[in-house]
Write a protein that binds this ligand. Structure first.
Ligand SMILES: N=CN[C@@H](CCC(=O)O)C(=O)O
Ligand SMILES: [Mn+2]
Ligand SMILES: [Mn+2]
Length: 316
């Protein structure tokens, strides 16, 4: 397997030794991923923000994996499977493209040992790495549905890959391979994507739902019905969460905070629906930017979502 990069994170947190009953938290459960690790969820950090920098955004996402592990450490256990820490892909030592390749290799490694990859970003350039990892690990799955919860399409045409290009890169790859490009994105802001991006999404057959179409319970039910159709006809799912899909007061610690965003309860309902499909091959959380994260709010929300995903993998 690829040699994991150095990961200085120590899993530690609150211990309620006076409690009766199960008072274990994540830091009691997480173990380093090694050759003997089998099954469960493997956490992989993508400590990279070069994609955000190239995209003209506010850097800081390279610190995301460490902050997210810190927020996860003290969460109570809620039926998660075995939890492994497979270390970080370190963008300060690798260029962006090499970091994406290293991530893909790490994903293939953990899948080979029966683990489900949960990748902690990092800018949304993470998606090109995660998707390549899925393609390597599951070459037989032709129709991999991408479910992205995001205010942005990330279908830009920049010559160099960045945090705004990953799904266009995936579309190009799928077309070159003769595979379907199956992309469903929820939470798109009319005010954060140009007409060119809406036109590209239409040309590529992307299904999208706007943030303003996902505010009420009735709207959520409509979105879930459409998503259920896509989930039913795919060979596997890649779930990717861009934390700027949440309203800025819930997620200030991102490069591009959302004025409207989706209610957290709706994001959680969508995550649960996707996990319940039993078809998720890998998941990631993108754009956590700790230097911008007032009070660690975004890290807490991200940890809650990561824990839901981990528990969802257990239920398969
Ligand atoms: N991954 C983020 N992508 C957004 C960023 C927007 C911004 O920084 O303003 C995008 O390219 O559209
Ligand atoms: Mn976004
Ligand atoms: Mn994004």
């Amino acid at each position: 397997m690829n040699t994991p990069e150095h990961n200085p994170f120590v899993w530690q947190g609150r211990t309620d030794s006076e409690e009766v009953g199960d008072s274990r938290r994540w830091h009691h459960m997480v173990r380093p991923f090694d050759a003997a690790s089998q099954d469960g969820v493997a956490l992989i950090g993508f400590a990279v923000d070069e994609g955000v920098r190239r995209n003209g955004g506010r850097p800081g996402a390279a610190e995301g994996p460490r902050a997210l592990r810190g927020a996860l450490a003290s969460l109570p256990l809620l039926g998660e499977p075995a939890l492994w820490d497979a270390g970080d892909v370190d963008g300060s030592r690798l260029g962006l493209e090499d970091a994406q390749q290293a991530l893909a290799g790490r994903i293939a490694d953990v899948v080979a040992q029966g683990c489900r990859p949960l990748v902690l970003g990092g800018g949304h350039e993470i998606a090109w790495g995660t998707f390549q990892g899925i393609a390597r690990a599951h070459p037989d799955r032709q129709r991999v549905l991408i479910v992205n919860l995001d205010a942005h399409f990330d279908l830009r045409m920049a010559a160099q890959g960045n945090s705004g290009t990953p799904f266009r890169q995936i579309a190009d790859w799928c077309h070159a391979q003769g595979r379907p490009f199956d992309y469903h994105v929820l939470g798109i802001s009319r005010f954060a994507n140009t007409q060119a991006l809406f036109d590209r999404a239409a040309a590529l057959g992307v299904r999208h739902r706007l943030d303003e179409e996902l505010q009420s319970a009735r709207q959520l039910a409509q979105a879930q019905a459409a998503l259920a159709d896509d989930l039913a006809r795919c060979d596997g799912v890649y779930l990717t969460l861009c934390l700027d899909v949440l309203p800025a007061p819930w997620a200030p610690g991102v490069s591009a905070p959302a004025p409207l965003g989706l209610p957290l309860a709706h994001v959680e309902a969508l995550v649960d629906q996707v996990m319940t499909s039993g078809r998720v091959l890998a998941a990631d959380l993108a754009e956590l930017n700790p230097p911008l994260d007032e009070g660690g709010r975004t890290a807490r929300v991200a940890a809650r979502l990561a824990a839901r995903i981990a528990r969802g993998f257990a239920a398969r």
